[in-house]
Write a protein that binds this ligand. Structure first.
Ligand code: ATP
Ligand code: ZN
Ligand code: MG
Ligand code: MG
Length: 469
């Protein structure tokens, strides 16, 4: 990318989250991810552009030096910070404004610093050129936390029975964030049991919220209903998908075909989520046991029997297993972590200069990773222990909030692919690539808010479910 020859006509709106807005190149497989700020701060930025740059560099460093070692080289693309001409950025910002969902417009993209994160476009397959009828499909899943807390610091019994996502749904419904409850339960997705995973993905398709998006040739074709009404219709989705699963075949039609096509899609997604190319090559079939009774959520609508009989383990190197292991660095739960956060705060009050040695706000380098990896397992009363647990908690938070991108493209019988890049659970052979995105460090300062939110979610869940009984 030649930053001095940027032309806003070559870029278009791609999507956004709570913290950033993403623009994609119309031809090249590249995106620019801009940070967002509250609308009123854009004219009067609270940050200097140097600080904005530092924030983006922190994201790159954290993805590359901290998250990548946990999640695996092959899944993480850390990208690089780029400085862009301000007039290009401003023209881009006004160009994309009308494409943005209204619910996201309380924040605006950064038009003051000129810095952005440049990443590969993960909705497309790397190094592949496909003809029109073979546009890549991409399924984005934001899986959220896949285990029940096992910490002895947990005070509310319900947290050992119902998962965070399922409890949070009730509060989100009450707050008006969503209009319908999602039946998705992350514990089913992370179970490794194909039947449970099937239902988890089906429930995501039925109520996408911000946990599922589908792209075709880089364009969003399916996502949450509350943002854009016409985008969540399973029949319409099936029409898009039909050529992938039933090429040149008019035999199935109507309602039946939607069901059949969606089912094919779910099977492909499941197979990719469980694939672990390393074990293919080496014949290493070790599994990671995640549950022993902790892998089932009482709020999940699946029949109890299915929970009990299913094997609940994930292949060792599959993307779900990598994410789950990073999430499980949160082994004290916020209830056990919060007192340690306060220990750190108290220490910093006394010795403010220690903040940088303890790397509270970075840098996110090898030495930060060491602190995460080498934290003692027992509390020895030191500030080092407390900092280590706080750092681990922050890594886990990031892993609980990331997205999985699955890019798929059908390939012909004659095409030869590396075995690790190919999958065929349905009639069609697919080339695929899996990546993990949205790996920003979560601010240290947010820990007290996390503590309050946890209490609020649990109390509201107890209140609303008890009221129904
Ligand atoms: P959240 O609110 O989930 O924290 P965020 O503001 O941190 O989101 P991202 O999740 O990184 O932002 O990006 C927003 C959306 O942009 C993603 O959900 C995804 O659809 C799209 N996106 C981000 N990065 C890429 C990429 N490298 N390639 C393709 N699409 C991307
Ligand atoms: Zn659940
Ligand atoms: Mg995101
Ligand atoms: Mg994010």
């Amino acid at each position: 990318m030649e930053v001095d020859k940027m032309d806003e006509n070559e870029w278009k709106y791609h999507g956004e989250g709570n913290k950033s807005l993403v623009i994609s190149h119309v031809q090249h497989s590249q995106v620019l991810r801009f940070l967002k700020y509250p609308a009123e701060e854009i004219e009067n930025p609270r940050q200097t552009s140097e600080e904005a740059f530092q924030q983006i560099q922190n994201i790159v460093d954290f993805s590359k030096n901290v998250m990548k070692p946990f999640l695996g080289e092959k899944y993480v693309h850390h990208g690089e910070a780029v400085k862009l001409p301000l007039d290009f950025v401003r023209q881009l910002s006004s160009k994309v404004q009308q494409k943005r969902p209204e619910s996201r417009c309380d924040k605006m993209m950064d038009t003051f610093s000129g810095y952005a994160l440049c990443l590969p476009n993960l909705t497309k397959l790397p190094d592949c050129h496909f003809s029109e009828n073979r546009s890549p499909l991409c399924i984005e899943i934001k899986p959220k936390c896949g285990f029940l807390p096992f910490s002895r610091h947990v005070t509310k019994e319900i947290k050992h029975k119902v998962c965070r996502f399922c409890m949070h749904q009730h509060l989100k419904l009450a707050n008006g964030k969503w209009k319908r409850l999602s039946k998705y339960c992350p514990l089913d997705l992370f179970s490794g049991n194909k039947q449970r995973m099937y239902f988890a993905i089906k429930h995501l398709l039925e109520e996408a919220q911000n946990n599922l998006k589908i792209f075709k040739n880089g364009e969003l074709i399916y996502s949450c209903k509350d943002d854009k009404d016409h985008l969540q219709d399973l029949n319409e989705l099936a029409q898009h998908l039909k050529p992938y699963f039933y090429p040149a075949n008019g035999l199935i039609n109507g309602h039946q075909s939607t069901k059949a096509i969606v089912s094919e899609l779910i099977q492909v997604i499941t197979a990719v989520l469980l694939s672990s190319s390393d074990s293919c090559r080496t014949g290493d079939n070790r599994k990671v046991h995640t549950s022993e009774g902790r892998g089932c959520c009482e709020a999940s609508l699946l029949h109890r029997d299915m929970h009990r009989k299913g094997n609940t383990c994930l292949p060792k190197d599959c993307v779900l297993s990598k994410i789950l292991q990073a999430q499980m660095l949160d082994n004290l739960d916020i209830e056990g972590l919060y007192p340690l956060y306060k220990r750190v705060e108290q220490y910093l009050e006394e010795f403010p200069k220690e903040r940088s040695r303890l790397q509270i706000d970075g840098p996110y380098d090898e030495s930060f990773l060491e602190k995460v990896r080498n934290c003692p397992s027992e509390d020895d009363g030191t500030v080092e222990y407390a900092v280590g647990k706080v750092h681990q908690y922050r890594v886990a938070m990031t892993a609980k909030d990331c997205s999985i991108m699955i890019a798929l493209a059908p390939c012909g019988e004659d095409e030869l692919l590396e075995p690790s890049l190919e999958i065929q659970p349905s009639k069609t052979r697919f080339a695929y690539a899996v990546s993990i995105l949205d790996l920003d460090p979560k601010p240290y300062e947010n820990i007290p808010q996390q503590y309050k939110l946890d209490t609020k979610i649990v109390n509201y869940y107890l209140k609303s479910t008890q009221a129904r009984e």
